[in-house]
Design a protein around this ligand. Structure first.
Ligand code: ZN
Length: 130
């Protein structure tokens, strides 16, 4: 059984910290030791683990993705949001985190982020703990 969380993004591109809602899902799962999978069922948004202490790291991630995926290429996709699809593929649609003592086993500086590339939108985050 998985849990669904709704995240409303506010910008065309942004990374929203979802660490606390994932931790809440772990805490309420009753699982003491296991794994937590965080999955985003979207093609223009992704999920990543990255530094949560300094927001400049997230800003740098978005800058690098914009550099890697230029807006002006001859994309074929008629919807006009191919860069968002490419960035979502680069980031990926899931992360897996170890669980111990009912807590996410994240490194000191790590956080979990929903990455929006075609917002603002309402996004879903699916979390399974086993
Ligand atoms: Zn599209």
């Amino acid at each position: 059984m998985y849990r669904e969380f709704i995240v409303r993004t506010r910008s065309r591109e942004e990374c929203v910290s979802i660490t606390s809602i994932v931790q809440e899902a772990v805490g309420s799962s009753g699982v003491s030791e296991g794994i937590c999978v965080v999955y985003v069922p979207h093609t223009t948004a992704g999920v990543m683990i990255q530094e949560s202490a300094d927001p400049d790291v997230i800003a740098d991630c978005l800058q690098v993705l914009r550099h890697m995926v230029p807006d002006g290429l001859a994309y074929r996709h008629g919807e006009g949001n191919s860069p968002a699809h490419m960035k979502a593929s680069l980031v990926g649609s899931s992360v897996t985190v170890l669980v111990e003592n009912g807590r996410l086993l994240l490194g000191t500086w790590q956080g979990i982020f929903l990455c929006e590339f075609d917002g603002p939108r309402t996004r879903r985050v699916w979390v399974m703990v086993r």
